[in-house]
Ligand binder design. Structure first.
Ligand code: PLP
Length: 314
């Protein structure tokens, strides 16, 4: 990072950022990329390119774009939304077909785009089945709807499924990916799409106040993460499975680096664990989420199991 060549990225003059954007776009099989400070911003830029004010975004009921981005789609882009219910975040084309209302005329809100999350965060790191993704893509094309992929953890889906990154990102109009999270960069996400859409997103990024100057120092961390930290995600997945097995979760449902557990009092477990230096998230009264990543080694997992088992399993 310290050695990164930098320039003013607001003018497109930072060579390290330009190289990262091109690298991620090529990896995902899209024309162009845009570096953003967060996955939330990459998602929200993507959504606003696909949905006009007053139109509708359709996604699942626990999608990050809706549940965890603080109403950004409504606040910044005047996007309305409806959801389908998804067990473990799993995509089901029939459920999507029931919710969409394309070209709804003067009475109902018209659906403009569908968002899919892969892997699915609140669903427990679920990898979306490719046939379901392809069915939803066909549905969207039939009805002229846009498609956004929230691929914050697309790298995990790639490693767990063995599918190439470009096949996972194919058929979407806009795709966001995060270089932080499991890949370990301190900051940074990328939105990919056509060159025309990315040019538009670049204007909106600046308008939102996220046009950054010599930001190559962060892009360099992203490039490093891509070169060194993708394959090793398999270790995180194995460690998550071990956690799930030890803590009474269902290891069959632990496909990647997230373990979700239902406990009587999630907040109490999170507080007691934190007192012993194990960090877990209480995401609902009974909903506990554990995430493995490159800073947690096998010993760390042993320690987490030792501390969490009495709190969770008894
Ligand atoms: C699926 C998903 N999308 C988007 C994001 C947003 O990323 P950021 O925290 O960088 O805004 C997250 C963050 O956890 C996520 O899990």
């Amino acid at each position: 990072m310290a050695a990164a060549e930098v320039g003013d990225d607001v003018y497109g003059d930072d060579p390290t950022v330009n190289a990262l954007e091109a690298e991620v776009a090529a990896l995902l099989g899209h024309e162009a990329g845009l570096f953003t400070p967060t996955g939330s911003l990459a998602n929200q830029l993507g959504l606003r390119l696909l949905v006009k004010p007053g139109q509708e975004l359709v996604c699942d009921h626990t999608a990050h774009v809706l549940r965890a981005e603080l109403g950004a789609a409504a606040v910044f882009s005047q996007i309305t939304s409806r959801t389908w219910r998804a067990e473990r975040g799993l995509l089901d084309a029939a459920a999507v077909a029931e919710v969409i209302t394309p070209n709804a005329g003067p009475y109902l809100v018209s659906t403009a785009a569908i968002a899919i999350e892969n892997t699915h965060n609140f669903g427990g790191g679920t990898v979306q089945p490719l046939d379901a993704v392809r069915s939803v893509q066909a549905l969207a094309r039939r009805h002229g709807l846009g498609l956004h992929l929230d691929g914050a953890r697309l790298w995990n889906a790639h490693v767990a499924s063995g599918l190439s990154l470009d096949s996972l990102a194919a058929g979407f109009d806009t795709v966001s990916v995060c270089l932080s999270k499991g890949l370990g960069a301190p900051v940074g996400s990328v939105l990919v799409s056509t060159a025309q859409r990315i040019a538009e997103a670049r204007v909106w990024r600046k308008r939102y106040g996220a046009g950054m100057r010599q930001v190559g120092i962060l892009a360099a961390a992203g490039s490093y993460a891509l070169a060194h930290n993708v394959k090793r995600l398999a270790d995180d997945h194995a460690r998550a499975k071990r956690l799930a097995e030890a803590l009474g979760g269902d290891p069959r449902f632990t496909e990647t680096n997230i373990v979700v557990l239902t406990v009587p009092d999630a907040a109490a477990v999170a507080v007691a664990a934190r007192e012993q230096d194990v960090l877990v998230s209480a995401l609902g009264p009974r909903f506990l989420r554990l995430v493995t990543h490159l800073d947690v080694d096998d010993e760390g997992i042993d320690k987490a199991i030792e501390i969490l088992r009495p709190l969770i399993v008894g």
